[in-house]
Design a protein around this ligand. Structure first.
Ligand code: RNT
Ligand code: ZN
Length: 420
């Protein structure tokens, strides 16, 4: 695709959208300001760098053995930079505590300090991007029996509370140094595989642990706390302590961000319809955009109807300033840089389509009770040439349009990842 073809395509698209009362320039200007939080853990199959090869566990698992995964923080940063080069716009990095860099013996989880993440922070500063953070409540001997913050053993529970406290301090340092608040998201694997008699006890313990973790106020311009629910996981099929009801209530009462992960609900339940309800009671929320397939909650995000519905809700509700958009998927069966690029570009495409929607017109139809026109217009808008606007956007953001980004991933594979 040459530049003239893209420019011409855009000119025609602009006219077509104008017929629907949509200003493509305005949509692109808004799209350029959206920062997606790209998760580091797609790059090394959720391994982390605390031990050789990384420990798996905690009911999340990357499957596949595509060669060339990042084995060190430097390799991971290099891969992330390659992905960022193929994604239009300026985005963020979402880091997990197990990606600490201590230059030798790893610090135990309750002893991590901002210094252990300084190289990540300096790197983000160089790139001019923000960062988000996550305590790691899995892949650790003290999480081996499936309980962390809701553990009956006071010593273990306290260890994980200390980890949470340490991570909020890391989040604060990140936000202070990068000049944009760090969202520090808590997800724990705690739950039971089978018949559970006491569903109440662990929830009481979790509430107490969260209260202890969050006791110390932190300036929200540096750090924002989020809590993430889940319906079930591998090994926690029957009972998950941190269920949706648990965290929804906790977040509302304590004014924390609720993290809605698209893969953490019943298979036919989508998170799009939750956004406008939850934001009546919370200032801000975090999304983990993912794609659930049967029992797996973490396939690479594609431009599905579900994804489009999420983007539409954010845009129609005017929630762009209140929804932190993070990605959460991991696939070890395809090139890992490609996975990031496919998923992040899909999220941006969904947002672009939503920004190009003739929303004012549709809203008017709805107010007038003209549901026939509403339905007809929604359907007609689907075939408007958003692809031409997307390619134009890529061109002007200096990233490859269409599928041409894949050539760059292949070259990177030849020169870098296949040699690992
Ligand atoms: C797990 C949660 C959680 C993790 C990351 C690695 O089910 O979705 O967000 O994927 O913390
Ligand atoms: Zn998640």
């Amino acid at each position: 695709m040459n530049t003239a073809t893209i420019e011409n395509g855009y000119r025609i698209a602009k006219e077509r959208y104008a017929e629907f009362g949509v200003d493509t320039e305005h949509a692109l200007e808004r799209l350029r300001r959206i920062a997606i939080s790209m998760h580091c853990w797609q790059g090394d199959d959720v391994g982390g760098f605390e031990s050789e090869g990384g420990l798996s566990g905690g009911g999340i698992m990357a499957t596949g053995n595509y060669p060339g995964k990042a084995r060190t923080p430097d390799e991971l940063r290099r891969d992330l930079e390659q992905a960022f080069r193929l994604i239009p716009g300026k985005h963020r990095l979402n880091l997990h505590a197990m990606y600490q860099e201590t230059g030798g013996k790893p610090a135990d989880r309750n002893a991590i300090q901002p210094a252990h993440f300084q190289r990540w922070i300096d790197w983000a500063k160089e790139l001019g991007i923000g960062m988000d953070f996550n305590p790691t409540f899995f892949s650790h001997p003290k999480a081996a029996d499936g309980f962390t913050l809701s553990h009956r053993d006071e010593g273990i529970r306290r260890f994980w509370v200390e980890h949470g406290i340490a991570c909020r301090k890391v989040g604060e340092a990140i936000g202070r140094q990068l000049g944009t608040p760090c969202v520090t998201n808590v997800w724990i694997p705690d739950g039971m595989k089978d018949v559970t008699i006491d569903r109440k006890g662990p929830r009481e313990l979790l509430r107490r642990s969260l209260d202890e973790m969050f006791a110390q106020p932190i300036d929200p311009s540096y750090n924002l706390d989020a809590v993430e629910s889940k319906l079930f996981g591998i090994g926690s099929e029957t009972y998950v302590v941190g269920s949706h009801e648990f965290y929804l209530a906790y977040a509302v009462r304590n004014q924390k961000l609720l993290c809605l992960d698209a893969g953490h609900f019943h298979p036919t339940e989508t998170i799009a319809d939750k956004i406008s309800s939850v934001l009546l009671y919370l200032d801000e929320i975090l999304l983990h955009v993912s794609r659930g397939i049967r029992w797996d909650s973490d396939h690479v995000v594609l431009l599905t109807d579900d994804l489009r519905a999420i983007a539409e809700e954010i845009v129609r509700g005017d929630f762009l300033g209140r929804v932190h958009i993070g990605l959460d998927f991991f696939d070890a069966s395809i090139h890992r840089v490609a996975a990031w690029v496919i998923g992040t570009r899909a999220m941006l495409k969904a947002l672009l389509i939503a920004l190009l929607e003739p929303t004012a017109r549709l809203r008017q139809c709805e107010i007038e009770g003209n549901y026939t026109s509403r339905l007809a217009t929604v359907e007609a808008a689907k075939s408007l040439p958003w692809g031409a606007v997307w390619d134009y956007h890529c061109l002007h953001q200096d990233v490859p349009p269409g599928l041409s980004w894949l050539d760059e991933v292949r070259a990177y594979e030849r020169e870098v990842t296949s040699r690992r």
